[in-house]
Design a protein around this ligand. Structure first.
Ligand SMILES: *Cc1c(COP(=O)(O)O)cnc(C)c1O
Length: 408
């Protein structure tokens, strides 16, 4: 089926729920940082399935792990244990630095990892049962199921689905707001190290450290949503590690298994004792296929030091984007290979479309914000390819805007 004829798009519109709108491309296969559509057009993939394809496409280590595991066991349910699951839990504890007390619950997505964290937070009631408030940040995003949506600090996403699960309050990411909101009635604070869906928005300097100090003082859990920032993306294994704090829990998903659905809640210290037997569950969560895939991804990130690569390539990308000197670029945010590009005009969608025509996939997180989240495996060659294609994409949009001004 052709990638550019309307045929598949008509089928999409007829058969799929309207949640996502009609996609612009029908993709067929990928290799490394490249994907091809059904007409054979190549695209440099600087979105990586929304920060998911950490090893890019068709990585031999991931193919081998998935194939080998599929030949043994795909799924056993949580009525049974499997070695990849045990191995991954231990590996995540080591990388996150939980110490021996750490515990892991496996789910199938980011929203599910946050649902588990939400239940954990509810159980942190305190001796007198007074801890019923849960705090989250304005602009934050934690997922689409009802609990994770309740944590999401975007009223327009929640509004159609009210009433929400109760007890969640939203604050601005300021230390003052924290100081006045957190007391002994707070069970938990949810925070992303970088607000990915908001446009890779950074927390104020020192915010996480203060959040840790204030929540600890009041016995509230600090739960860090690392669904997008985790697993090497920001140039550390996890985003919280830039600030040197120890959270009570982190949630993971996107990049963890390189595209095989998985989610995880990882606890530190006593928080791991909160969820007891029979209080949460998942049929698929932590199955041998998903955990074997995650082990391959994490193993390859360690073996090839892709965390350092994320730092190095990220710094290079920032230099490259700044060096373009485009009048459309207002500034950059983010860390490692999670980069937000703030534009001087609300033309993000036009830039994304233009990029596609120049064989480059990026996405818009808002009218004037672009997100770059390439696979962690990119090298200097991909950065150069990106520079040329991105420069041409921006130039095309600028000259369109100039023409519009002349004719207006
Ligand atoms: C993507 C994302 C989620 C939701 O993950 P899904 O796998 O889409 O359910 C939650 N939190 C953050 C920070 C995310 O970026």
């Amino acid at each position: 089926m052709s990638a550019t004829t309307g045929e598949w798009a008509a089928r999409y519109d007829a058969d799929l729920m309207k949640t996502f709108g009609t996609p612009p491309l029908l993709l067929d296969h990928g290799q490394g940082a490249w994907v091809w559509d059904a007409d054979g057009n190549a695209y440099l993939d600087f979105l990586a399935g929304i920060a998911v394809n950490a090893l890019g496409h068709a990585h031999p280590a991931l193919i081998a792990a998935i194939s080998a595991q599929a030949e043994k066991l795909v799924h056993v349910s949580n009525l049974f244990a499997s070695l990849p699951q045990l191995e991954l839990a231990r590996t995540l504890k080591r990388l996150a630095g939980t110490g021996d007390e750490g515990r892991v619950f496996f789910a199938n997505s980011g929203t599910e990892a946050n649902e588990a964290a939400f239940k954990l937070a509810r159980l942190n009631r305190g001796d007198d049962g007074r801890k019923t408030r849960i705090l989250a940040l304005n602009g934050g995003f934690h997922g689409r199921t009802m609990g994770a949506l309740a944590l999401t600090g975007k009223a327009y996403l929640r509004a159609p689905f009210e009433p929400m699960p109760g007890g969640v309050e939203y604050l601005d990411a300021t230390i003052d707001a924290l100081e006045s909101a957190v007391d002994d009635t707070v069970a938990a604070l949810f925070v992303e190290p970088l607000q990915g869906e908001a446009g890779v928005v950074e927390l104020p300097e020192g915010f996480l450290a203060e959040a840790r100090r204030i929540t600890a003082r009041h016995g509230a859990l600090l739960i860090v949503d690392e669904v997008q920032t985790g697993v090497g993306r920001t140039g550390e294994w996890f985003g919280f590690q830039h600030s040197g704090i120890t959270p009570d829990a982190i949630t993971l998903a996107k990049g963890l298994a390189g595209g095989v659905p998985i989610g995880a809640l990882v606890t530190f210290g006593a928080a791991g004792e909160l969820l007891g037997r029979g209080q949460h569950g998942s049929t698929f969560g932590g199955n041998p296929l998903a955990t074997a895939a995650a082990l391959a991804v994490v193993g390859e990130i360690e073996a090839s030091d892709l965390v350092a690569n994320a730092r190095a390539r990220g710094a290079e990308l920032r230099r490259v984007v700044t060096g373009l000197g485009s009048p459309l670029i207002a500034g950059l945010s983010g860390a490692g290979l999670l980069i937000g590009v703030k534009l001087t005009a609300p033309v993000a969608e036009a830039v994304v479309a233009s990029a596609r025509e120049h064989g480059l996939i990026i996405n818009a997180t808002g009218p004037d914000r672009l997100r770059l989240a390439p696979p962690l495996i990119i090298g200097e060659a991909e950065v150069r390819e990106f520079r040329d294609r991105f420069a041409a994409s921006l130039a095309a949009v600028s000259s369109d805007a100039d023409r519009a001004e002349v004719t207006a």
